[in-house]
Design a binder for this molecule. Sequence first.
Ligand code: AQP
Length: 344
Amino acid sequence: MQAFPQLVFSGVQPTGNLHLGNYLGAITKFVALQDTHDCIYCVVDLHAITVAQKPSELTSNIREVTAAFIAAGVDPTRHIVFNQSQVAEHAELAWIFNCVARIGWLNRMTQFKEKAGKDRENASVGLYAYPTLMAADILVYRATHVPVGEDQKQHLELARDIAQKFNNDFLVDNPAYADGKGFFPLPEPLIQGPATRVMSLRDGSKKMSKSDPSDNSRINLADDGDTIAQKIRKAKTDPDALPSALEGLAGRPEADNLVGIYAALEGKTKLNVLQQFGSGNFSTFKSALVDLTVAKLAPIGSEMRRLQADAPYIDGVLRDGSNRARERAAKTMSAVRDIVGFVR
Ligand code: AQP
C-alpha cells in the first residue's frame, strides 16, 4: 500500500480572545511543522458561526487570528493561510460526510454536549454537525497530519472513521482503487508536549477557553506585559512548595498547569522545570514564569496589533491563500463527485 504524501492541515476559530492554550496547543506546532512539511492553516469562520456572532466582530476576529498566525511565525508565502468560508468545497464535502457519518457517532461527541449545555434543543444544527465539517476541512486537502490540542482528539478520531467509511462505502467496486489504498488518508492527530491541554488560571479542572466569562482565567495573545504579569501573579495555586519530582504534581492541577506552561514556553520537559524550581517557594517560580511569558508573548501581541492595523495586507494574505487552497480543494472534489456517482 502506497503512503499518501504528508500534508499538515489545522484550523483556529475566529471567536475572539485567542489565548495561551490556542498558542501552545496549536499555533506553536503550526510554526514548528513548517520546516518539514507542506502546511495549510485555516481560519475556520464557518465553524465560528455555529454559535451566534456579531458580523463586525467576526470580521475583526478573522483578521485577529490571521495576524496571530503570522506574528507567531507562520509564513503565508511558503505555506497556505486562508479563511474557510472562501473555499466552498469545504461545505460541499461536509454535506457528503453528513451522509457518511452516523447519528450515533455524533451523539457521542463531548464538545457538542459541553457547548450546547442544558439547552440542547436550542443549539444550532451546525453546532451538532461541527465534526463533519472539521473532517471535510482536513480531508478536502487529503491531509495526513493535524496539529491540535487534546480537546480535539475525539473529533480527529471521528474524521478517521468518516474517511474509512467513505473509502469502504464508495470504493469497493471501483477498479481505479483496487490497490486498497483508499481515496482519503486516515489523518493522524499531532498532540504532543507538556501543554496539550492548558487549564484555566482560576480553576485547574477547567480548560483555558475563549468563552470563559472570567478574563483572568486566560492569558490572551493580545494582553500587554503588565496584564500578563498580573494574571499570572493572581493565578490560583495551593500553599505547598513545588515538588522536585513529577509524582509530586499529582492531585495539584494548578501547579501542574503552571509547570506545563513554563515547560512548553521554554521548550523543556516538566521534569526539567521541577529540577530547576523544585522545593523552592511558589512565588519565585511565578516570578520566573511572568518573565518568560512576557518575553515570549509580548512581542507577538505587539506584532499582532501592528498587522491588525493593516487590514488590506491581512485581507490580501487571506485572498491569496484562498485562491491557492481552492485550486487544491477543487481537484479533490472533482474526484469525489465522480467517486460518489454524480453526473457532470
Ligand atoms: N486550553 C487549551 N489547551 C491547549 N490547546 C487548546 N486549544 C484550545 N484550547 C486549548 C487548541 O487550539 C486550537 C484552536 O481551537 P479553536 O479555537 O478552534 O476551538 P476551541 O478548542 O473550542 O477553543 P476554545 O478556546 O476552547 O474556545 P471556546 O471557549 O469557544 O470553546 C485547537 O487545536 C484546540 O485544540
